[in-house]
Design a binder for this molecule. Structure first.
Ligand code: COA
Length: 154
């Protein structure tokens, strides 16, 4: 029987520290570096779900809501919102926090689409996903609409 997976099976939370090599001359975290960290974390999340190698197919709705500064601690949370035939949508959020402060500030949110591939690089089937609560169900129900939009744009 096909294994149905939930967000608990694939949830990824990673942390980073903003170092001198990650910032612009103003000491602000570079957007590309943050997206790189989000991409890596969400790839692990997709691979947890698929139990296979996955590639990034697209990144959409990336919004930089607030800057993070050198020395800040970045927390990145990745959750599967829907699994289609060979692709999955991952919702990624990033927060920054000062070392001497417990307040986490939301700095970025984005949807990543990943495709599971076989050894020849051909898309392969992923397990189905079942939302576990009301919040997940809303994201799950709206995922088809987002998927149509991103495929139309690509
Ligand atoms: C993503 C990729 C595997 C899709 O391969 P393809 O042969 O074009 O695949 P298909 O058209 O048969 O579609 C396969 C799945 O990918 C999805 N897909 C294709 N392009 C997509 C896009 N731009 N955004 C989101 N999903 C996409 C399709 O919707 C389909 O999903 P489904 O099976 O769940 O319905 C291929 O385009 C690729 O290898 N791209 C490069 C990936 C890469 O190098 N990423 C960066 C490094 S990780």
């Amino acid at each position: 029987m096909e294994k149905i997976k939930t967000s608990k099976n694939s949830l990824v939370i990673t942390t980073e520290v903003v170092c001198p090599n990650d910032v612009n001359p103003m000491g602000i975290l570079q957007g590309g570096r943050l997206v790189q960290w989000m991409d890596l974390s969400s790839a692990i999340c997709a691979q947890n779900h698929a139990e296979n190698i996955c590639v990034t197919a697209s990144i959409d709705s990336v919004s930089f809501k607030a800057p993070a500064m050198i020395g800040d601690i970045i927390t990145i949370k990745c959750m599967v919102t829907h699994a289609f035939k060979t692709s999955m949508e991952i919702f990624v959020q990033a927060w920054s926090k000062k070392v001497k402060d417990n307040k986490m500030k939301l700095i970025n949110e984005a949807y990543f689409a990943f495709v599971a591939i076989d050894e020849q690089g051909k898309p392969m089937k992923v397990p189905p996903f079942k939302p576990s609560n009301k919040e997940e169900k809303i994201k799950f129900d709206n995922a088809e609409k987002r998927r149509k939009l991103r495929l139309k744009k690509s």
